[in-house]
Design a protein around this ligand. Structure first.
Ligand code: ARG
Length: 588
């Protein structure tokens, strides 16, 4: 469906042309004086020089041509040459009726769907999932959903950190604790047993213990480094332990991400890229892209226009070991081979920006990605506590994701049971749903690149710009619709009529913006735009709700029109929160 402002713009373009001016002057924007008008056009000012006329004269000429318009109810030329516009109420109602019937609420899906890989989550296996991984999961999930909604073939990949030193540490610690296990023998060839030699609980304790111990004991650290090296070079027993670590961790990660309504199409990781490294290195050497610098193999990626120093991309360390750059490059080769993506979007902490600048440049220079493949970095800021420092537990430790979720849910549960009496079971379930909205909306409503303060009190509030407020609004609409459905003489096939009151028209105008907002959000990969939109929409709805007797309305047609307006508002809100990655409960 055409966007609502496109209808208006077309009218304006025609009017400019009919009055003898260039159509191109008919650009329309949302009004920046909503008290005076809904949309505005500043083309008369832009044309003044070309036509050597006072802008107000041009504006008057154009306004005259708009008198017959079916979508503009009121056009006014205002000094020095603004054209203020108000939409026709009937046209607006018709637009919303059409929107209601459309499966995508009037949003046009891509004519040529792209294959897009979203690289997000990025959890490190064997290490606990902490709040730093939260943002990647939340933002990436939303971007993935928006892309899918827009009709693209989107593949979400968790890209696990599963090939590093932490694996060597776990192996070393396990060897110390359970030397009787058969895996420490380099010639281990036994059957790979189903049962893992540790539980997730143990694994969670093993890593921090080993990591701390290694910091104090040089020989232990050496052993862990050696174990990492052997694992990466095909030690069969270590490889078997690695598989156990993966199985146990991934099961747990799936549960954790599941609690966040985050789900991945691919559970690949750094380890999957390893097989591509030897050929890649050979190729880069042979083609002359890579050279030795201080013993290391590097590819220069600096460009003449750089204003700051961009160090070379590191392909191999002097001891021959692969690095983070190497893995990301090899992963691109794998992705190119398996999926031929048109676009790869990385949702990663913005402190890793330089790494991605290097990797993207290197990938282009060495042509390991198709020339047309778009590589995008969506860098996000830090989640801080109220003290403005990175979010910690009360005693200053790193906050684990599970604990954070538990804390929020507890807070929500208290609020729900304070308000009214519901069964324990329902209260728990609702607390979980609303709690998730508090976390996700709290995060997504900020522009991703900015740091933000994670404020439990504010995020869980039912008032203000919060997830619970949005859900509360949806639940309110649901309850009115349910009560209407039970009323005698209620209709099921309802249509919007031309708006009567100002608050009703305002709600229609707001709901009608849906397709514009989604398009803009997708273009800029900026879910916060959806948050800003639904906050406005919820406010506009609540104003309408307070000024209108919906269920007591005596005119049946009018009432049915209110119901149709509520129905489409609810659909818009529900679609938007789904794109943000959460949902609304039935009651709260
Ligand atoms: N595992 C990494 C970390 O915790 C994030 C991975 C991001 N994705 C990537 N392709 N490098 O920092």
């Amino acid at each position: 469906m055409k966007k609502i402002f496109e209808f208006i713009q077309e009218e304006l373009e025609n009017a400019f042309e009919a009055a003898g001016y260039d159509r191109g002057l008919g650009k329309v924007t949302l009004s920046n004086r909503p008290d005076l008008c809904e949309y505005q056009c500043n083309g008369a000012m832009a044309g003044a020089k070309t036509y050597r006329k006072a802008p107000i004269m041009i504006a008057n000429d154009v306004v005259e041509k708009l008198q017959e318009s079916t979508c503009i109810q009121e056009a006014e030329a205002v000094a020095p040459g603004f054209i203020n516009l108000k939409l026709d109420r009937e046209f607006l109602a018709g637009y919303l009726n059409q929107m209601s019937e459309d499966a995508h609420l009037g949003f046009e899906t891509a004519k040529e769907p792209k294959t897009i890989i979203v690289d997000y989550g990025g959890a490190n296996v064997a290490k606990p999932l902490h709040v730093g991984h939260l943002r990647s999961a939340i933002i990436g999930e939303s971007i993935k959903r928006i892309g899918k909604f827009a009709g693209h073939h989107v593949i979400g990949d968790v890209h696990l950190g599963d090939w590093g030193y932490q694996m060597g540490l776990v192996i070393t610690e396990l060897k110390k604790r359970k030397p009787e296990l058969p895996y420490f023998d380099e010639n281990f060839a036994g059957e790979y047993p189903e049962e893992a030699p540790f539980t997730i609980g143990e694994l969670e304790e093993i890593y921090p213990t080993a990591s701390a111990y290694a910091k104090e004991h040089e020989d232990y650290k050496e052993e862990a480094l050696q174990a990492t090296f052997l694992l990466q070079n095909g030690h069969r027993g270590y490889r078997a332990v690695w598989k156990h670590i993966m199985n146990v961790s991934v099961t747990d990660l799936k549960k954790n991400y599941g609690n966040l309504n985050v789900d991945f199409d691919l559970w690949k990781g750094e380890a999957d890229a390893q097989e591509y490294i030897p050929d890649m290195v050979e190729y880069m050497k042979k083609e002359g892209y890579a050279h030795i610098d201080n013993g290391a193999l590097v590819v220069d990626v600096k460009e003449e226009t750089d204003t700051k120093e961009i160090p070379p991309c590191m392909i191999l360390k002097s001891d021959g070991a692969a690095l983070y750059d190497t893995t990301d490059l090899a992963t691109l080769i794998e992705r190119e081979k398996l999926y031929q993506p048109d676009e790869v979007i990385y949702v990663v902490d913005k402190r890793q920006e330089l790494h991605f600048v290097q990797v993207f440049r290197c990938a282009r220079k060495t042509k390991i990605v198709n020339e047309k493949t778009d590589l995008q970095f969506v860098g996000f800021g830090t989640m801080n506590g109220k003290d403005g420092k990175p979010f910690k537990t009360r005693d200053g430790g790193v906050m684990r994701l599970e604990n954070l979720i538990r804390e929020i849910n507890e807070e929500m549960y208290k609020k729900i049971t304070d308000n009214r009496t519901v069964s324990e079971e329902e209260a728990r379930k609702t607390a979980q749903i609303v709690g998730l909205s508090a976390i996700k909306y709290g995060d997504l409503s900020n522009q991703a690149s900015k740091d933000y303060v994670f404020d439990v009190d504010r995020f869980t509030s039912f008032e203000g710009n919060t997830g619970p407020y949005i859900l509360y609004t949806i639940v309110r609409i649901k309850s009115i619709l349910a009560r209407y459905a039970e009323m005698e003489g209620s209709k099921t096939d309802v249509k919007l009529l031309s708006a009567c009151s100002d608050s009703e028209k305002a709600l229609m105008l707001e709901a009608a913006k849906f397709n514009s907002v989604i398009e803009n959000t997708l273009e800029e990969l900026a879910p916060h735009k959806i948050c800003a939109y639904i906050y406005d929409l919820a406010n506009t709805f609540n104003r309408f709700y307070h000024e209108t007797k919906i269920l007591a309305e005596e005119d049946n047609e009018r009432q049915a029109s209110f119901i149709a307006l509520l129905t489409v508002t609810k659909k818009v809100l529900e679609t938007c929160i789904d794109l943000l990655g959460f949902e609304a409960p039935e009651r709260m």
